[in-house]
Design a binder for this molecule. Structure first.
Ligand SMILES: [Zn+2]
Length: 476
């Protein structure tokens, strides 16, 4: 068959590769010839499984004839089992795979075990279909684990999988519940993966990205605490979630992941995402930016570094040095609003404040794009200036105090008939600022009457803003 990309077996409809020096695949050779060929081939290179249908008999022979290493473990070299069909239970437990190990497009019709196996290079199962249970527990893979586009029909539960570089789970479909403890020293890519029965991933990796992933049932991605003792790193490295574009985050909980570089723009159901764990951390505003620090998601950093007000651009960092697509302030406000809702649903009102602040900042920035003297921009700016959008109590109270002090001086100089000292001015200013309904006692000049009028409205507004801000800080 030309499409297979190799010389195929003479048997009708068999796409198995011809065993070297014969016209049939290893499965269709007569037993005496087959055994000789197997012995010869297993010692060198296991590329004779391409497209072959492997039944239980052949599997027994394959496993029996495999050479063993010094420590007694079966060894297979350069396995290429592209499009092979394994019809019986496959047990490669404790096997050592030297050189290539490719099972791309293979179908495992029954159970399949790689428990304790060791892959000296990458393990490739691209597009493989696992129809029975599959177990990679205690497997050590020195380079990549590639499970892209693989399909798992049954539930899976893997303990202690070690991957020396990256794990590729792009396009994986898991029909039942999946659970795995995986160390992947570089990246874990879950793009477009579909976890219909939910997944629990305990991961140790540098970065993890979830673009386009979907979680059919409650799922958890958290920092794993398992390490092989000799490989444990000296410093704790918290896995960094870097992207959730187009992912459906309904049902997902992330715990103890570093979110400081995470992109949220384009994620679905962001308000349903649950964020837990004491190590879960967002980026914060730069040290040089204003007085009060708050959470500022990576995309706000990017926007401020690229398109924000000129004077501050330098102090904001581009996540990972990339530029990419810069979200608009309206989009950022929406992201903040959804993250805030997620915190509020978790009954964490004080935690929601930072997201609320970010949301208001982005609304103000968005209004500014329509002109500095745009009414919404002016109102939001006033709200920001007087009380940090009703979240910064100290700002409202400091404002009130300054106004009273300034007013006390104004009263002393212009507001009252001559002969009244500053203490009287201070008393009048205090009384005016704290009494909306009752005017302070005393005689005033025309200017003094105006001071009283202004203070009687401004004072209670600032007091109310301050009280509101205090309340939002302590509310549970
Ligand atoms: Zn054949």
């Amino acid at each position: 068959m030309a499409t297979a990309g190799w010389e195929t077996c003479d048997e009708d409809e068999c796409i198995g590769v011809r065993a070297r020096g014969t016209s049939a695949c290893i499965a269709h050779l007569e037993p005496p010839v087959r055994d000789d060929v197997l012995r010869m081939l297993l010692d060198s290179s296991c590329d004779f499984l391409r497209g072959v249908t492997v039944d239980s008999n052949l599997l027994v022979w394959l496993l029996t004839f495999a050479p063993t290493s010094d420590d007694g473990r079966p060894v297979l070299t350069n396995v290429v089992a592209t499009l092979a069909r394994f019809q019986a239970d496959v047990d490669f437990s404790s096997f050592r795979f030297q050189g290539t190990a490719s099972f791309s497009g293979a179908t495992f019709e029954s159970a399949c075990r790689f428990v304790g196996a060791e892959f000296h290079r990458s393990a490739t199962f691209r597009g493989a279909r696992f129809l029975g249970h599959v177990d990679f527990s205690d497997t050590v893979i020195h380079a990549d684990l590639n499970l892209a586009e693989a399909e798992f029909a049954k539930s899976l539960s893997w303990k202690a999988v070690y991957v020396g570089t990256s794990t590729n789970l792009t396009g994986v479909t898991a029909h039942e519940r999946a659970q795995a403890d995986i160390i992947s020293r570089d990246k874990m890519v879950l793009h477009r993966s579909n976890w219909l029965g939910g997944v629990r991933l305990n991961v140790q990796c540098r970065q993890i990205s979830l673009d386009g992933a979907a979680f059919g049932k409650p799922s958890l991605i958290t920092e794993g605490d398992w390490w092989p003792s000799k490989l444990k790193p000296a410093h704790r490295q918290i896995p960094q979630l870097i992207s959730t574009r187009d992912a459906d985050l309904d049902n997902l909980t992330v715990a103890d992941l570093d979110l400081s570089a995470c992109r949220f723009n384009g994620a679905h159901n962001l308000d349903k995402l649950r964020i837990e764990g004491k190590w879960s951390s967002f980026a914060r505003t730069p040290a040089t930016f204003r007085w009060a620090k708050r959470i500022a998601i990576a995309e706000e950093h990017l926007w401020r570094a690229e398109l924000g007000p000129w004077r501050n651009r330098k102090s904001w960092s581009r996540p990972d040095g990339e530029s990419g697509e810069v979200p608009k302030p309206q989009q950022l406000a929406q992201i903040y609003r959804r993250l805030r809702k997620s915190r509020e649903d978790a009954k964490d009102e004080p935690g929601a404040i930072d997201f609320y602040y970010g949301e208001m900042e982005m609304r103000r920035a968005s209004a500014r794009t329509r002109g500095f003297f745009n009414v919404e921009h002016l109102i939001l700016s006033l709200y920001w200036l007087t009380s940090g959008y009703g979240t910064r109590a100290w700002r409202a109270f400091t404002g009130l105090l300054s106004i009273i002090l300034v007013a006390s001086v104004l009263f002393t100089i212009w507001g009252m008939p001559p002969g009244n000292g500053w203490p009287t001015g201070l008393r009048v200013a205090l009384e005016s600022a704290t009494s909306l309904l009752r005017a302070p006692a005393g005689t005033f000049t025309a200017a003094g009457e105006w001071f009283v009028l202004v203070l009687r409205y401004l004072g209670p507004v600032l007091l109310a803003l301050g009280a509101l801000a205090l309340r939002s800080r302590v509310k549970r």
